[in-house]
Design a protein around this ligand. Structure first.
Ligand code: SAM
Ligand code: MD0
Ligand code: SF4
Length: 356
C-alpha cells in the first residue's frame, strides 16, 4: 500500500527531514491535520528522526517524590497546599538514599529528585544540597532536581553538589492561562530560574500541560518557547484530574493530542530528549508515546517504597510494575531497547559542552 500524506504535510515533513527549521504556521498545520495518512506520516517521520539522532534506544529514569508538602496552590495539582485529600509525607535523607540506591541497582540512567515547594526545604536549602551531594556520591548517577523556583545562589550550590538537570515546567507560555493555573506565582520568575540554571551549568527540562484550556496556537507557541530557552529535554504531560482540586471535574485530553505534541517536539527538536512518562497512563500510554517519537522513560519508582507519582499518585507502584525490568518487554515489543548508561552520560556531556 502506498501511504501518502497530503501534499502540504509531505512538503513540511520533508523540510523537517532536511533539518530545516519549521515556521509557526507549518507546525500549526501539522498539529491541526486529522487526515489519517498525514498522522501516519507525522509519527513515522518522528520515529525516523529519533532513530537518526539516537538509534532505536531509550533511556530509563528513576523518580523519587521525596516530599509531597507544598506551599503553592496550583489548580491542577493533587499536592496543592489546601488539598486535604492527598497523602502528605516527607522522606528522611536515609530513606531517599535507600530508594536512590534501589533505583541505581535496577538500572536507571538518572535519578529525578522531585518535591513540592516544601518549607522544610525552602527555609533551609542546605538540606536539599546535602541530599543531592550524598546521592551523587553514593550512586554516581546523573541527577535531576525538581524543587520548584529557587534562587540563583541555590542553583549555584545545587550544581556544585552534583545536579546535572534542573526541571521546571512552565506548563503554558500563555501568561493569562499561567496566572489561572499557578495562582499567585510569577511567570517571569519561573522563566528566569531556568535561564539562571543554564548559566550555572545545569541542563534544563522544560514542559507543558496538555488539556488545561490552551489553544492550538498556545501549544505551538510553547514548542517555540521551549526551543528558545534552550531546554535539552522537553515534555508534555496530559492533564489528569485530581480529587479535591478546583479542576477535579475536568477531563483528560485525548491521547492523540499528546502523541501529536510529542511528534512535533521531536520533529522540531531533533537531537533533544523527550520523555514518555509512565505516570500518565502506564504501559499502554508509554508505548504510544514512544511510538510518537519520545526517547526517555520517566517516573520509574522503587516498588514497596510508598512513594507517590504526580499525575497518578498510586499507579502500579506497589505492584512493582514501574521498574526498568518490568517495562522492558513493552519497549522491546515496539522495536526499541535500552541505551547503555555510558551512552546516556555521553549525551549529557555533549549537551553540557554546548552550554554558553
Ligand atoms: N513542585 C515542583 C514544581 O511544581 O515545579 C516540582 C513538582 S513537578 C512534579 C510537578 C509537575 O507535574 C508540574 O509541573 C506538572 O507539569 C505535572 N503535574 C502536576 N499535576 C498534574 C496533573 N494533575 N496532571 C498532569 N501533570 C501534572
Ligand atoms: C514524571 N511524575 O516523570 C514525574 C514528574 C518531575 N520532574 C517529573 C512529573 O512523570
Ligand atoms: Fe506544588 Fe509543584 Fe504541585 Fe504546584 S505543581 S502545587 S508547586 S507540587
Amino acid at each position: 500500500m502506498d501511504i501518502k500524506a497530503t501534499t502540504k504535510t509531505s512538503a513540511i515533513l520533508e523540510k523537517a527531514l532536511r533539518a530545516k527549521e519549521l515556521t509557526k504556521n507549518e507546525i500549526l498545520h501539522l498539529f491541526r491535520t486529522n487526515n489519517t495518512m498525514d498522522l501516519y506520516s507525522i509519527f513515522s517521520t518522528a520515529q525516523l528522526i529519533r532513530e537518526n539522532s539516537f538509534g532505536n534506544t531509550v533511556f530509563p529514569c528513576g523518580f523519587v517524590y521525596l516530599s509531597t508538602y507544598c506551599r503553592n496552590f496550583c489548580t491542577f495539582c493533587y499536592y496543592r497546599k489546601s488539598n486535604d485529600k492527598c497523602p502528605r509525607y516527607r522522606k528522611t535523607p536515609e530513606e531517599v538514599l535507600k530508594y536512590a540506591k534501589q533505583l541505581e541497582k535496577s538500572g536507571v540512567h538518572l535519578i529525578d529528585l522531585t518535591l513540592g515547594e516544601d518549607p522544610y526545604y525552602t527555609m533551609n536549602f542546605n538540606r536539599l544540597i546535602d541530599l543531592v551531594k550524598t546521592i551523587k556520591n553514593e550512586t554516581g548517577l546523573p541527577i535531576m532536581v525538581s524543587p520548584g523556583v529557587v534562587s540563583k545562589d541555590m542553583l549555584h550550590e545545587l550544581v556544585k553538589a552534583g545536579m546535572d538537570w534542573y526541571a521546571l515546567y512552565q506548563e503554558t507560555h500563555n501568561r493569562e492561562l499561567f496566572a489561572k493555573l499557578r495562582i499567585g506565582q510569577s511567570f517571569e520568575a519561573r522563566i528566569t530560574a531556568k535561564q539562571q540554571a543554564k548559566e550555572e551549568g545545569a541542563l534544563i527540562e522544560e514542559g507543558i500541560l496538555i488539556g488545561i484550556g490552551e489553544t492550538d496556537r498556545d501549544r505551538v507557541d510553547s514548542i517555540i518557547a521551549m526551543k528558545e530557552i534552550g531546554a535539552q529535554q522537553t515534555r508534555e504531560m496530559g492533564f489528569q484530574p485530581q480529587p479535591g482540586t478546583p479542576m477535579e471535574d475536568w477531563l483528560s485530553p485525548p491521547l492523540l493530542d499528546e502523541m501529536k505534541y510529542i511528534a512535533l517536539m521531536r520533529i522540531t527538536n531533533q537531537d533533544k530528549l523527550i520523555p514518555a512518562s509512565y505516570d500518565c497512563d502506564g504501559t499502554k500510554g508509554l508505548q504510544l508515546r514512544l511510538m510518537a517519537g519520545a526517547n526517555v522513560v520517566t517516573s520509574l519508582i522503587p516498588p514497596d517504597s510508598g512513594l507517590k507519582g504526580v499525575a497518578h499518585a498510586e499507579l502500579n507502584v506497589d505492584a512493582g510494575l514501574r521498574t526498568v525490568n518490568s517495562i522492558e518487554p513493552y519497549i522491546k515489543k515496539i522495536g526499541l531497547t535500552y541505551a547503555s548508561r555510558k551512552r546516556y552520560v555521553e549525551y549529557i556531556d555533549d549537551y553540557k559542552k554546548m552550554l554558553p
